[in-house]
Design a protein around this ligand. Structure first.
Ligand code: NYM
Length: 198
């Protein structure tokens, strides 16, 4: 019997919105319900490209803005064969950030259109569900470690939030907005099952 393809679930939001915690909880809940599930995150800082990105985010190196945008995208593309393989094996992938972060963060910089920013990621595996954890940049700033990495200023995060709001107008993407303050995983699964298309 052919196994059912896994689902591709993406969590997005401004920095410190709680995506990493929610990803972990969601993977655990899916596994507990008997569905094979694994977590992934972008940037994946373990690859050669990911290490260049990590040094940039940690302010240990400088990269030209277009260049780092394309590196973020290349970091997703290099993981596509692995993602496809796992999805075909029936493993559900819960991904902490994806191309939406790529477009929202770079287009928050001066001189970058959303349209240009989205182009390098055209053709990536399409998520079955994108959950946006809604948390005001002011709330996010109160959470631990805010301000350590590049982009972690309230002004920049406000600009990123506005770009995410534009991205969420795309009805071809299965967006679901969740309250980032005190949201729980179980409603995620219910709505994921209800709205899953494949
Ligand atoms: N980021 C993340 C981008 O600017 N472009 C991208 O394509 C992606 C995936 O990197 N500030 C930014 C968002 C975050 C940072 O942080 C990664 P973290 O804590 O590893 O999710």
């Amino acid at each position: 019997m052919a196994c059912q393809r896994g689902a591709l679930i993406v969590l997005e939001g401004v920095d410190r919105a709680g995506k990493t915690t929610q990803c972990k909880m969601l993977v655990q809940a899916l596994q507990k319900s008997g569905r094979p599930a694994e977590a992934m995150r972008f940037p994946d800082r373990t690859t050669t490209i990911g290490q260049l990105i990590s040094a940039y985010l940690e302010k240990k190196s400088e990269l030209e803005d277009h260049t780092v945008h394309l590196l973020f995208s290349a970091n997703r593309w290099e993981l596509v064969p692995t993602m496809k393989k796992k999805l075909e094996q029936g493993i559900t992938l819960v991904v902490d950030r994806y191309a939406f972060s790529g477009a929202a963060f770079t287009s928050a910089k001066p001189g970058f259109s959303l349209e240009w920013c989205m182009k390098p990621d055209v053709g990536l595996p399409k998520p079955d569900l994108v959950m946006f954890l809604q948390l005001s940049p002011a709330e996010a700033a109160l959470r631990g470690q805010f301000g350590v990495e590049r982009y972690e200023t309230r002004v920049f995060q406000n600009a990123v939030q506005q770009k995410f709001e534009l991205l969420m107008k795309d009805s071809s993407v299965n967006w679901q907005v969740q309250d980032g303050l005190g949201c729980r995983v179980s409603p995620f699964i219910v709505s994921f099952k209800a709205r899953r298309k494949n």
